[in-house]
Design a protein around this ligand. Structure first.
Ligand code: PEP
Length: 251
């Protein structure tokens, strides 16, 4: 399966910094390859800049969140239709920082995935367990439950999503899941998706996220069920991000 590497800038960047980062990425990844797709998920206020700089390039762009509502009195939110106008190919939904700091439940995440799909945007559905849940032996049931809510809501459109397994204890901590730990969860997610999709050829990609960097990417990406990466901190440095892209290309 073609790998996919997605950067999550989180709440970082400035017009000047974004310009030099995106210029460097375009230079390093001048054309689409069959081996790997590359995208960046930027703060919503920078979507116009991403669209201006990346249109016609091999890089796709996306947002970090989408409203669960279509339009109306939801101050501060951005609808799927708005993201579409700015050329978003992807949107993150259910990132652990949204679940943790903004109280997003599995049901809200599922509705957001539906809204994105309705607007022609691929939701990157993030799932993952906390450290306490892992230590209690609940990893599989937690992650399975989070994905099940989305499968239930989107039905046969599940083939159109991307899933990202991001153990919460590994995000921004420098602590990465070992390739074997990640593969074990990815295998379970693959089986769950297979059951939902009906045929193997249409199962969504499953990305790994959580302190993936230039040094550990190759080992993680070589696992059978790891189809790419969702990269936070390391996506802000052009060279590190492109090293991860190269690691994905040579799997
Ligand atoms: C993320 O924000 O999705 C992420 C994986 O962050 P980091 O790579 O910094 O752990």
């Amino acid at each position: 399966m073609k790998k996919l590497i997605v950067g999550n800038w989180k709440m970082n960047g400035s017009l000047a910094a974004n310009q030099s980062l995106l210029d460097a990425l375009k230079l390093a990844h001048p054309k689409s390859t069959d081996a790997c797709g590359v995208a960046v998920c930027v703060p919503a206020v920078y979507l116009a800049q991403a669209q201006a700089l990346l249109t016609g390039s091999a890089l796709k762009w996306g947002a970090q969140d989408v409203s669960a509502h279509e339009q109306g009195a939801f101050t501060g939110e951005n609808s799927g239709a708005m993201l579409r106008e700015f050329g978003c190919r992807y949107v993150l939904v259910g990132h652990s920082e949204r679940r943790q700091y903004h109280g997003e439940t599995d049901a809200v995440v599922a509705t957001k995935a539906q809204r994105a799909l309705a607007c022609g945007i691929t939701p990157i559905v993030c799932v993952g367990e906390s450290l306490a849940q892992r230590e209690a032996g609940d990893t599989m049931s937690v992650v399975k439950g989070q994905l099940a809510a989305v499968v239930h809501a989107v039905g046969h459109c599940i083939t159109e999503v991307v899933v990202a397994y991001e153990p919460v204890w590994a995000i921004g901590t420098g602590r990465t899941a070992s390739p074997e730990q990640a593969q074990e969860v990815h295998r379970m997610l693959r089986n769950q998706l297979l059951a939902a999709c009906g045929k193997a050829s249409s199962t969504p990609k499953i990305l790994y996220g959580g302190s993936m960097n230039a040094s550990n990417a190759a080992a993680l990406l070589s696992q059978q069920d790891i189809d790419g990466g969702l990269i936070g901190g390391a996506s802000l440095k052009a060279q590190d991000f492109m090293t991860i892209v190269s690691a994905a290309q040579y799997q």
